[in-house]
Design a protein around this ligand. Structure first.
Ligand code: ZN
Length: 112
């Protein structure tokens, strides 16, 4: 088992687990570890930078567009991305190509 975090209220190190909850014996605070897992759902770019809706990214390798002969060239800037669930976790509109899904591992965030 991994070490349990200290109580967020009183910082007692004597917290224990009860099902999905963590319980502090000193101040009786109960909280859930699930909030820590939410971070696993954060979509990150190829550098590990968290992405958010509306971000601008650039493509880090040539990507073939499924069902067409088009290629999204490396360095293509994509504005206003939208994060979605799924294998292709970025939904976006690419200039000259149109709406498509991208994988976050093939982009990097552009800081403007
Ligand atoms: Zn406590």
């Amino acid at each position: 088992m991994s070490e349990l975090p200290p109580c967020p209220k009183c910082e007692s190190p004597y917290t224990y687990e009860d099902g999905d909850l963590l319980i502090c014996p000193e101040c009786a605070h109960e909280w859930s570890l699930a909030t820590g897992q939410a971070d696993a759902n954060v979509v990150r770019d190829s550098n590990g930078t968290p992405l958010a809706d509306g971000d601008t990214v650039s493509v880090i390798k040539d990507l073939k567009v499924k069902g067409s002969s088009s290629v999204v060239k490396v360095g293509t800037k994509v504005k206003g991305i939208r994060l979605v669930d799924g294998d292709h976790d970025i939904d976006c509109k690419i200039p000259g190509i149109g709406q498509m899904g991208l994988k976050s591992e093939f982009v990097k965030k552009v800081v403007e």
